[in-house]
Design a protein around this ligand. Sequence first.
Ligand SMILES: NC(=O)CC[C@H](N)C(=O)O
Length: 297
Amino acid sequence: MAQDSQGLVHKVQSPAQDGAVRALVLTGFGINCEEEIAAAYRLAGAQATIVHLNQVLHGAVSIHDFDVLTFPGGFSFGDDLGSGVVLANKLRYRQTGPGGRTLLDDIKQFVADGKFVLGICNGFQVLVKLGLLPNLGGDVTPEVTLTHNASGRYEDRWVRLRVNPLSKTPFLKGLDVLEVPVRHGEGRLVVPDAATRGALQAAGLNCLSYIDAAGDGTSEYPHNPNGADLNCAGLTDPTGQVFGLMPHPEAFLSAFNHPDWARRRRQNPGAPEEGAGLQIFKNIVEHIAQKHSVLAN
Ligand SMILES: NC(=O)CC[C@H](N)C(=O)O
């Protein structure tokens, strides 16, 4: 894959025939977590390519050459008009092809092809504002929103999460409780009505909850850092292929990322050196690799 001195891709070859898992990690316009996410995918065994969104919007790179599309965190367009709003509008309205085709049309096709989309923090906000999450109605109409934290402040802290056992997304397979950091000002999920809340609950689409020290879902600050409805830290769409979350799993790739690592290692010197966040990337890479091997046989 050809990259220039800034690491930007100019030409992407057709999907690998070697079974490699190809992760596309978008950047540009104030996204700032692309390197950590690419590192996470590489540690998980995938080929990760960081691409400026303009290269996709201008047709130099096709998302269809990849298996998983990732929207990293950051401050796209300076959070003007609300976090994720401008970037979501660019994907929804900017024409990228004949007949008024947009990148959102391509992403819908990408998901219909059985591929995967991950949005972390600002990326999650983009997917929610775009209506790709939770997408209960299947017509990418925004159904919930993410807005200013109930604390009225930017929150930068570690949280504990529980995976909803009803969730069927491969990203969270085998996971139960995990710790990860949050760093956001607009992470409060608002679900506008009881019917939407019920639909999210029934299908396990509210796939991650903030929990307290006792392990129970909580609306109490600071365990729930933003006051999210349903104590929700992450959502999937009904297919489980589109997954977004406010916390940053890519910031916990090594046990040494955790603020309490020294005491934990004293207590348990044999504990794995891997951070809990890496498992999310390993899960999806393994899932895609398995799909590739089934198709190849
Ligand atoms: N870390 C992030 O991606 C932050 C997202 C967004 N800028 C917010 O503050 O809510």
